[in-house]
Design a protein around this ligand. Structure first.
Ligand code: ATP
Length: 236
C-alpha cells in the first residue's frame, strides 16, 4: 500500500435500502498510482465506486481524500475535491454536438479555462477532435466511450475512476484505454480501474484489489509470483 495515499477509505459499509452490499471495505490509492479492482459480477465494484464518488451514501466508514474527510453521499463536493467517476453512457446527450458534450464536463469553469482544457483533453483523443461539430449520437460505441472519458478529464481530476471502460470495445480501443490509464498515472493522476479484462488490469495497474461478495479479500500485482492464480481464485 502507498505510504502517503491520496485516497484512503476504511470500514466502508453501503447498500441499497435493506440490501447490504459492502461490508468493512478498506482501500488506499497513492498519488499517480493506477489501482485495479476486480471481482465477479455482483461483487460490489460499482457500488464501491458509487460510494467513493459520493453518488451512493455509505452507512459506515470513512473516506479521506488529500488528508480531508469526505462527507457521505455528497457527489458535488466530492467532484470539486477532484474525484471523477466515469460511467459508461452517462451524461452523453446524443442530440448535442461532441464538443458540447465534452464541455459539459467543465461546466463550472470560466470560458477561457474551459477552452484551454478542451484543447488539452483533445490531444488525448484526436478522433474526437475531428468530429467536434457532429452530434454525439453519430459516434460509434467506442468513440462514445472515449467521449465519456474526455468529459471526465475536462474536470482535471486528481483521481479518475473508470468502470468497465473496455466493455464492448474492439481490441485496438482496449489498447487505447490501457495506454490512457498509463499516461494518466505518469502525469500524476490517480486511477481506479475496474474491468472484466483482469489480465489487462493486472498488467496495467500497480496493484489490484480483489473483491468478492462485498468485501476486499486481498490484493495482488503483476510482480507477485502467484498473481495469476490469485486473480483466478477470486472468481471461483
Ligand atoms: P458487475 O460487474 O456485474 O457490474 P459489480 O461488482 O459492479 O458487478 P455491483 O453492481 O456493485 O457489483 O452490485 C453489487 C450488488 O448490489 C449486486 O447484488 C446487485 O444486484 C446489487 N445492486 C446493484 N445496484 C442495485 C440497486 N440500484 N438496487 C438494489 N440492488 C442493487
Amino acid at each position: 500500500a502507498p505510504a502517503d495515499p491520496v485516497l484512503s477509505a476504511s470500514g466502508i459499509a453501503a447498500g441499497y435500502g435493506k440490501i447490504a452490499v459492502l461490508e468493512d471495505v478498506a482501500l488506499d490509492i497513492g498519488t499517480g498510482e493506477a489501482v485495479g479492482l476486480v471481482g465477479p459480477n455482483g461483487a460490489g465494484k460499482t457500488t464501491l465506486l458509487n460510494v467513493l464518488s459520493g453518488l451512493l451514501p455509505r452507512s459506515a466508514g470513512e473516506v479521506r481524500f488529500e488528508g480531508a474527510g469526505l462527507p457521505s453521499g455528497a457527489p458535488r463536493a466530492t467532484g470539486r475535491a477532484g474525484i471523477v467517476q466515469v460511467v459508461e453512457g452517462h451524461r452523453v446527450f446524443s442530440k448535442l454536438s461532441v464538443r458540447d458534450n465534452i464541455e459539459l464536463g467543465g461546466y463550472e469553469m470560466q470560458a477561457a479555462a474551459r477552452r484551454a482544457r478542451l484543447d488539452d483533453v483533445l490531444q488525448t483523443f484526436p478522433e474526437l477532435r475531428d468530429r467536434l461539430a457532429e452530434k454525439a449520437g453519430a459516434l460509434s460505441g467506442g468513440q462514445r466511450q472515449m467521449l465519456c472519458i474526455a468529459q471526465g478529464l475536462m474536470r482535471a481530476p486528481k483521481l479518475i475512476m473508470l468502470d468497465e471502460p473496455s466493455a464492448g470495445l474492439a481490441p485496438i480501443l482496449v489498447d487505447r484505454v490501457v495506454k490512457l490509464v498509463e499516461d494518466l498515472s505518469t502525469r500524476g493522476v490517480s486511477v481506479l480501474f475496474v474491468d472484466q479484462l483482469v489480465d489487462r488490469v493486472a498488467a496495467t495497474c500497480d496493484r489490484v484489489y480483489l473483491m468478492r461478495q462485498g468485501r476486499i479479500i486481498g490484493q495482488t500485482s503483476a510482480a507477485d509470483p502467484g498473481f495469476k492464480s490469485r486473480l483466478e481464485d477470486v472468481f471461483f
